[in-house]
Design a protein around this ligand. Sequence first.
Ligand code: C5P
Length: 235
Amino acid sequence: MSERLALYKGKSKTVYDIGKPSELLVEFRNDATGGNGAKHAVLEEKGRVNCAFDAFIMAMLAENGIKTHWLKKVSDTEIVVRRLDMLPIECIVRNRAAGGICKRLGIERGRVFAPPIFEFFLKDDSLGDPIITEDHIFMMQLASKENLASMKVLTHRVNNILKPFFAKAGFDLVDFKLEFGYYQGELLLGDEFTLDGCRLWDIQSGEIYDKDRFRLDLGDVIQFYKKASTRLGIL
Ligand code: C5P
């Protein structure tokens, strides 16, 4: 790979300029963080496993008509993506109750949401990524009504593609987070889809295969990421 300049170092990925105006290189690192960075660990093989997981899911979404930033995998831990102008908004869909919604609304863990619940969050570490309404987004001029509607529709479409895919391998897709950005005026899916950004439970046993293993100190984080990836035909 030619000269590269780190543009942004996130909690688990580093984004590099590779001298092309419309492309970026993303490196998946072995870092794991929780509690908005309060907890940190370096987990061997995490970057490789997440890179493979993300590549597989992004390709599958593209095959199913979702436009994404993803272009190609260039090493075990690196991908090349389209350079998006990212929106500071997180789109979350919940098929069942876990994590934030249980704490916020006192809802019993595991409750099934039919239809699924959609939420917007503001991506701002200094504010602790608060949940926000559409009116907040318009007031802060973060996105147009049309683009918000598109993000919501696209996130539900991703859920409709991924939920049955995971179910076939015996997994319940509990919830997940997506981020979008503009590319030449068009809204595309950016960021990543890995076990760091979704909740995946074994349908039979309820066993946790996602980042909650790290957040909740359940142990064997990467072993479970690898087991899930193997069952899904990714590794
Ligand atoms: O914490 P909460 O329950 O709101 O998270 C919902 C889903 O979004 C989980 O799958 C979590 O991993 C993901 N998420 C994320 N990044 C954040 C917040 C949530 O990937 N900053």
